[in-house]
Design a protein around this ligand. Structure first.
Ligand code: 5RP
Length: 226
């Protein structure tokens, strides 16, 4: 059910891609469906000379596996459209991202994109952000002082671990601290607080980035725009 919702949202995002575009590729299971659909569209020549930039090592590998041309961010001058998943979105199309630990690259690529399209299943729609733990990427060197500071601020932080119990390390060599906030009533205020803590590289609040959310629900795609 959820996988079908992800798939129809991912397929619907293809309508935003035209030949010769530079396309940003997100990270996660929903983004993976989009990467596969885009690869198939290029392979069957429905789309031509699409260039891609990817937000993680995993997305780069999958995109190359399905025959997409992935180029480094530093070698392109524009991104037309980025398609990515999200962990939560609200009615303002503000997002929590970073469940897959790729939030730093995801935010950079979203910020450089003329259009940022978010694809989700219906579980990601929330009245208030925060039930999903907010990921924060932190320099490994500073993880304990930052963790302590976030605890003192009442943000219920925990260091992300892999399934084998070892500390999760991002593609950038940093750690992720997840904040158990339950409800984020003032996302702009929280963003400011997090940005003012030295050692935090970035956080998973994506405020004002998404232009469109495509949500799969009951076999249909519901489109939200700003
Ligand atoms: C990765 C992300 C993902 O887009 C987010 O976690 C959603 O993943 P999925 O599509 O697997 O539910 O932000 O850092």
């Amino acid at each position: 059910m959820i996988e079908a919702e992800k798939q129809i949202a991912a397929k619907a995002a293809l309508q935003y891609i035209k030949s010769n575009m530079v396309v940003g590729l997100g990270t996660g299971s929903t983004a993976n469906y989009f990467i596969r659909y885009l690869g198939a569209a290029v392979k069957n020549e429905a789309l031509h000379t699409v260039k891609c930039v990817a937000t993680s090592k995993a997305s780069t590998a999958l995109a190359r596996e399905v025959g997409l041309d992935v180029t480094p961010l530093n070698s392109i001058s524009k991104i037309d459209v980025t398609v990515d998943g999200a962990d939560e979105f609200d009615s303002d199309l503000n997002l929590i991202k970073g469940g897959g630990g790729a939030l730093v690259q995801e935010k950079i690529i979203a910020s450089l994109s003329s259009q940022f399209i978010v694809i989700t299943d219906a579980k990601k729609q929330v009245p208030t952000l925060g039930a999903f733990k907010l990921p924060v990427e932190v320099f490994k060197f500073a993880r304990m002082p930052v963790l302590n500071k976030l605890a003192v601020m009442g943000f219920n932080p925990s260091l992300r671990k892999d399934t084998d119990g070892t500390v999760f390390i991002s593609d950038n060599g940093n750690v992720i601290i997840d904040l158990d906030l339950k409800k984020i009533e003032r996302p702009e205020r929280l963003q400011e607080q997090l940005q003012n803590i030295p050692g935090i590289l970035d956080h998973g609040l994506f405020l004002g980035f998404a232009s469109v959310v495509l949500m799969g629900k009951n076999g249909k795609v519901v489109e939200f725009t700003t």
